[in-house]
Design a protein around this ligand. Sequence first.
Ligand code: GDP
Ligand code: IMO
Ligand code: MG
Length: 421
Amino acid sequence: MKVDILLGLQWGDEGKGKIVDVLTPQYNVVARFQGGPNAGHTLEFEGKKYVLRSVPSGIFQGNNINIIGNGVVLDPALFKVEIEALEASGHSLTKRLLISKKAHLILPTHRFLDSCYESQKGDAKIGTTGKGIGPTYTDKVNRSGLRVGDLLDNFDEKYTEVKARHLQILQQYKYDASALPAVEKEWFDSLTKLKEFEFIDSEHYINTAIKSDKKILAEGAQGTMLDIDFGSYPFVTSSNTISAGACIGLGIAPQKIGEVYGIFKAYCTRVGSGPFPTELFDEDGNSLRDLGFEYGSVTGRPRRCGWIDLVALRYAIMIDGVTQLIMTKSDVLDTFDTIKACVAYDCDGITVKDLPFSLSETLKPMYKEFKGWKTDMTKMQKEEEFPQAFKEYIDFLEEELQVPIKVVSLGPDREQTIIRK
Ligand code: GDP
Ligand code: IMO
Ligand code: MG
């Protein structure tokens, strides 16, 4: 059986967690392939809300296996907090969550380095989540990182070496690392929790599962526009968030990939700095933020909001090879009189339909306007109930994007999901 991938097509927070949970009953294995606790994946069902950071979103339905893949960076201290919160709500995962030995460890000093590098950037701050993601991937590529598997053998010696190198850098920038001993203690204490889980060679596990016809869903974090290669560089995260990232982050050969589910909001948001051509600074932007509760699930930061950007979406669909689209949060637009979609950019008088190298401020979005459907869609159960104006909006998007929209999400709850025929 081939591996399906679900990933974000915008700047993250498209609703990946909710939809992975909805799709989970169709799968035997759900595996995260990149990112780390910079992710915040929210799920709501039976009146309860959960935010997952490193744990895959396939843990709540059925008895399937969840895997933290080799492409993920893992912070044992944050992992412990996440696991304990899940245990407190009655979800014990020790038998169902497996961790790749090749996943890299976020060390206490990686968090310090993240904050140190950000403070050096002045006005060009990326606005990272401060979780040490960039420095951990930097060490991975620099061939000096530590992996989960290293915890099993002579870890302290390896740790001391890496820490000394990090402290040298911090000293060079005169960064105050006096809090390190306390952070380090918490980190080392948390290893006991991490070691309750089985560390595996996840590439073998997954390829054996593929051979024995198990259904596997690869869950992405962040979004295509935050990809280290194809996103709005340098205002991106440090991993490959695109579909190819699933091959690398789980050890799956490209021909083993099946469906690629691309998920997008009916509008657009972004947290942190960087270009955002359709960003709104007016009442519409404020309404999107208020009605969509657009505040970061990890940092609580207000998300920047704007209209849907079809130039960026077409690009993401191309890079990811998306075979099915999933649209979330269209309910947030239920009360709008007019809805806009950016179909091209005006670049100094030239109409640009393909995403350019630089998303500079001189790009002006060119919009197509739609009459709002002005209907509360949050309780709808089937697509036949969709108002005409909404149907027209979906038809337009499918025509522009050339990929069918198979799922429409009309609210945060698991039940508020319509699978289209
Ligand atoms: P993720 O990082 O892609 O998993 O997305 P987040 O969980 O960070 O952000 C999505 C937010 O929108 C969460 O608060 C979800 O509960 C919520 N959400 C997901 N789908 C919908 C939807 O269709 N409508 C509304 N109103 N909220 C949604
Ligand atoms: P999910 O999986 C939205 C953004 C940060 C920052 C940039 C780099 O919930 O969609 P990092 O800490 O990764 O070095 O920050 O990327 N960012 C996200 N934005 N959703 C996320 O994850 C994000 N993870 C990182 O805000 O701009
Ligand atoms: Mg999120």
